[in-house]
Design a protein around this ligand. Structure first.
Ligand code: GLV
Ligand code: GLV
Length: 321
């Protein structure tokens, strides 16, 4: 018979689902919102493949609920911190993800968020619409510019490098990066490898594009914010877990740093009563880094191709090794 694929949402981009429907017996969580955990555990039973998203926790309990016939977990994301990779390996379950195809989209959004935060766009738009715009004023709505600035990028993988290439076009003075390993691409981008502390101390803009792993968990803590300039703008488009969020809130409230732009938070969605929503020097986006139409379509196709390849015992186009 046909292989069984379970898709955790009913609103995944259609191009990927069309590919799966041609060869497989595909079932979906049938409501537009994410499946409650208990439902997810019920629905994965007996499936050969799971097409999931970063909001689905793929842990031992879920793998047990799926059963031993599960061959592949394929996530429509580049991040895989929601997947228990070690547990999948132990069970011989292959993992698919979507690197590369969202790099440009996420780098674009990172620049958009950086400019939105530093040039106070949400505040300015609000003022324009609500009567705060009484005349042109020389020091009103001012913020730090990118030209001549030092930009520090933490996590210099594909996305970090793509951000580096883009900020360079804004006539920045210097690009610093912090990464476990040295990156050959840094030379062409003109980025200099430094220690984490040096990056924090010297950068006017600190951008986090590091994957969430044990070594990066809450690396932006109270001590890290204290080392930043009090004029620094912090931007995070990786995972909320890289930040000690209470420490960030305190740093923003006490002007330890100038402002923050966050596409990722803890938890997600961020509760409406979070102080982050009340701080004028903080911009919060609802995790839309890769939300360019073409990127999302390509991600869906790749997620499906990863499943089909794994079910057929072939090389997956993007397997997490
Ligand atoms: C988005 O955050 C992703 O990991 O794809
Ligand atoms: C990390 O996975 C990146 O693409 O930068």
């Amino acid at each position: 018979g046909k292989s069984k694929v379970f898709v955790t949402r009913n609103d995944m981009p259609k191009c990927g689902l069309d590919l799966l429907n041609k060869e497989c017996d595909v079932s979906y969580w049938d409501k537009p919102s994410p499946a409650p955990r208990q439902e997810l555990l019920k629905r994965v039973a007996g499936t050969n493949a799971i097409y999931c998203a970063l909001s689905d926790k793929i842990d031992r309990e879920l793998l047990d609920a799926a059963g031993p016939q599960l061959k592949v977990v394929s996530t429509i994301s580049v991040g895989y911190d929601h997947v228990d990779v070690a547990e999948c390996r132990k069970r011989g379950i292959r993992i698919g993800y979507t690197p590369d195809v969202l790099t440009d989209a996420t780098a674009e959004l990172t620049l958009a968020l950086l400019l939105c935060t530093s040039r106070r766009l949400t505040e300015a738009i609000h003022e324009a619409k609500t009567g705060g715009w009484v005349s042109w004023a020389p020091t009103w709505m001012t913020g730090p510019g990118l030209a001549g600035a030092t930009v520090g990028i933490v996590g210099f993988g594909r996305i970090g490098q793509a951000v580096g290439r883009r900020v360079k076009a804004f006539n920045t003075a210097k690009i610093l990066y912090f990464n476990r390993s040295e990156k050959a691409e840094a030379k062409e981008i003109g980025a200099e490898k430094v220690t984490f502390d040096e990056l924090l101390e010297k950068s006017d803009f600190v951008i986090c594009t590091a994957a969430l792993v044990p070594e990066t968990k809450e690396m932006f803590n109270k001590a890290a914010f204290a080392k930043m300039k009090n004029t620094a703008v912090f931007v995070n488009t990786s995972r909320g877990g890289t930040v000690d969020q209470d420490a960030l809130i305190e740093a923003l409230q006490n002007n330890v740093i100038w402002g923050a732009g966050l596409d990722v938070t803890t938890p997600e969605p961020l509760p409406l009563d979070s102080p982050l929503f009340r701080l004028k020097n903080c911009v919060v986006l609802p995790h839309i880094g890769s939300a360019a139409i073409e990127a999302r379509d390509t991600m869906s196709t790749l997620t499906a191709q990863n499943i089909l390849a794994a079910l057929n015992g072939k090389d997956m186009p993007a397997e997490l090794k």
